[in-house]
Design a protein around this ligand. Structure first.
Ligand code: TNX
Length: 491
């Protein structure tokens, strides 16, 4: 009796064909048409399959190889698939695997599916069961927000996170780049932001920042894996790093002190100061120019010391700067209290407050991104005994992160306004990569399935069994993870 197919997120359609499995050997070759946009994907496939399969995999161009050769993993762009950039098909049998998609991004989804299908067979051979999988995502925005401001996350660690995201078919990395405790991205027009405000972190830990080259490197690393970056510059609150670097942003004209605590809501910009408008325009246009993706996040959360009018003025100024740079605006839930252009993405997070303004924003044409604190905030503790994390939205065990429905969670939300689902991990208590992955794994896999798989495909008991089989993969990568007592882990 073969093991069940255990892909996460659960694909739309999986069928075992009953043929013999494909066996990975030293002759296994990835074959692709020699187009520039596909060669990078083929190299990625060879690398990912080689590392899981335990031996190097070669890449060849279709033009130079015999199509009947055995042991071929064929990557191909096709039109005969359901609509959508990320739809894909995997067909495996003895001697040949076909990975088909409409776009390179779809091929990446096929590759990670194939990677999850590799199992050890009789005599320790690495093999892929004979299956036919056809799949496409439910939501177009499947994100993870990482707070690199409270604790800096170096490029090499973020690449591990991007790799995990791609493995679970997440496609948006939202970087919370600025906060009271530090400014993490070099901005050409405002060099003092990183010169004066990047060396701090929560609790006196070391800081850091991304140079323009680092950021471009992250963008490129994500792009090859089908993960795009949405940068967040949080205004008009959470700005102590900015007001520490540029005193002209304060009514006194003097820089504020640096801040390494974890309180929120005290820092702010001032709409009436002459320096504020140019600051917003410069920073958002520079960040937009560094970002190939369509969205820039303006923050907007937890501004506790400002009248509604001034808040609305500053949100409008930040939004105008983003749009002037040709990008679309994303903001936290609080921006729903201000007039918004249709198509603005509003990110739900605070499960403690009345959602009426958020619902009204959707009715007026906003798009909704669902990051409910009580389900998707992966910095919440798992239970009362886990040490890392915060608790303001409650404990989030694996099942809590899995068992919820984005389209009905907030009453009155029009289902068609929901653009997607995003997990978030805030780093007040998370000082390094092991701490970060301990919070992400296994819950990121749960959120990924909520975002990708149709509601009728989702089942907690089935997910429990599938996620158990992810543990050897995390162990092989040397990642720290949380052994939730809700799962019978395969170790
Ligand atoms: C709320 S979520 C915040 C962050 C904190 C987080 C901790 C949001 C928009 N604001 O400033 O880091 O809670 O869970």
């Amino acid at each position: 009796m073969p093991d069940a197919i255990a892909v996460i997120p659960q694909p739309a359609d999986v069928e075992r064909t009953g043929d013999e499995p494909f066996v990975l050997t030293e002759a296994t070759t990835v074959v692709v048409d020699g187009r520039p946009d596909l060669i990078g994907i083929a190299v990625l496939a060879a690398d990912l399959l080689g590392r899981v399969g335990g031996r190097a995999v070669e890449v060849r161009y279709a033009e130079n190889s015999l199509s009947s050769a055995s042991g071929v993993v064929r990557l191909r762009l096709v039109d005969s698939l359901p609509p959508g950039d990320e739809a894909y098909r995997v067909t495996s049998r003895s001697g040949r695997i076909d990975l088909e998609a409409r776009t390179p991004a779809g091929l990446v989804r096929a590759i990670v599916t194939l990677r999850q299908l590799i199992e050890s067979g009789p005599g320790g051979v690495m093999q892929v069961p004979a299956v036919r999988i056809q799949d496409a995502p439910r939501y177009q925005w499947r994100g993870l927000s990482v707070d690199v401001a409270r604790h800096f996350v170096p490029v090499r660690d973020l690449k591990v996170v991007i790799g995990l995201m791609a493995h679970y078919k997440l496609n948006v990395l939202h970087l919370h780049l600025t906060d009271d405790q530090g400014w993490r991205l070099h901005v050409r027009s405002r060099p003092l932001l990183t010169r004066l405000s990047s060396s701090t972190s929560v609790g006196g830990d070391p800081g850091g920042f991304y140079t323009a080259e680092d950021y471009a490197d992250l963008v490129a690393y994500g792009a090859v894996r089908g993960v795009r970056i949405v940068p967040e510059i949080d205004v008009p609150g959470h700005v102590n790093a900015a007001t520490h670097a540029y005193g002209e942003l304060n009514p006194t004209g003097e820089p504020t002190d640096e801040y390494t605590g974890i309180e929120v809501g005290f820092s702010r910009l001032h709409a009436t100061l002459p320096a504020t408008g140019p600051f917003l325009a410069d920073v958002f246009s520079d960040v937009a120019a560094m970002t190939p993706g369509e969205y820039v996040h303006i923050g907007g959360d937890e501004v506790l010391t400002m009248e509604a009018d001034e808040y609305a003025t500053l949100v409008a100024a930040a939004s105008a700067a983003v749009r002037a740079a040709g990008k679309k605006v994303v903001g936290w839930q609080e921006i729903a209290h201000t007039p918004l252009e249709p198509g603005t993405v509003v990110q739900y997070w605070d499960t403690r407050v009345d959602p009426a303004p958020f619902v009204a924003a959707a009715q007026a044409g906003a798009l909704l991104l669902m990051s409910p604190g009580s389900k998707a905030y992966l910095d919440m503790t798992y239970d009362a005994s886990t040490e890392l994390g915060l608790e303001w939205a409650g404990h989030i065990e694996l099942r809590d992160a899995y068992d919820w429905e984005p389209s009905t969670l907030v009453e009155g939300v029009p289902a068609e306004s929901v653009i997607g689902v995003e997990a978030a991990v805030w780093t007040e208590t998370l000082r390094d990569l092991p701490a970060l992955t301990q919070m992400l794994l296994p819950r990121l896999a749960a959120i990924a399935e909520v975002a990708w798989s149709a509601p009728e495909q989702r089942d907690w008991d089935d997910f429990r069994a599938r996620v158990a089989r992810q543990a050897p993969f995390w162990d092989r990568l040397g990642l720290s993870w949380y052994a939730s007592p809700q799962v019978d882990w395969t170790r």
